[in-house]
Design a protein around this ligand. Structure first.
Ligand SMILES: [Zn+2]
Length: 119
């Protein structure tokens, strides 16, 4: 019984350290685009995602965005998986994370058409 409690505490400590390192890595990835996230801002963003979306797929999608886990054409190009780093939608600019999620003019156009069609 004593060993089980000790193993659980060690496991919890290791898991906490890994989660902290993953959060630091994710936060650092945002720095070139939006500046540095303060720890409380990051925690609030994480809580918002986990608390505001009742549907698991939406939570997962938002967590992927927050942790920048979506693979972009720029990353896939660096890894030798694509022949070009260009955006796969507009094919005009490089497909980095910010472009693919917010700045692609073709994607915005498609989104607006969808919005006008259904809203
Ligand atoms: Zn684009």
């Amino acid at each position: 019984m004593h060993k089980k409690g000790m193993i659980s505490r060690v496991y919890s400590q290791i898991l906490s350290t890994v989660q902290d390192q993953a959060s630091l890595h994710s936060r650092a990835q945002w720095s070139p685009d939006v500046g540095e996230f303060a720890g409380d801002v990051w925690d609030a963003a994480l809580e918002s995602v986990l608390g505001n979306f009742s549907f698991s797929l939406h939570k997962l999608s938002q967590l992927f965005i927050l942790h920048r886990a979506y693979r972009t054409p720029v990353q896939l190009y660096r890894w030798g998986r694509l022949e070009s780093p260009d955006c796969s939608i507009c094919r005009v600019q490089q497909g980095n994370f910010i472009h693919m999620l917010w700045r692609c003019p073709s994607y915005i156009d498609i989104g607006m058409r969808f919005f006008n069609l259904f809203c």
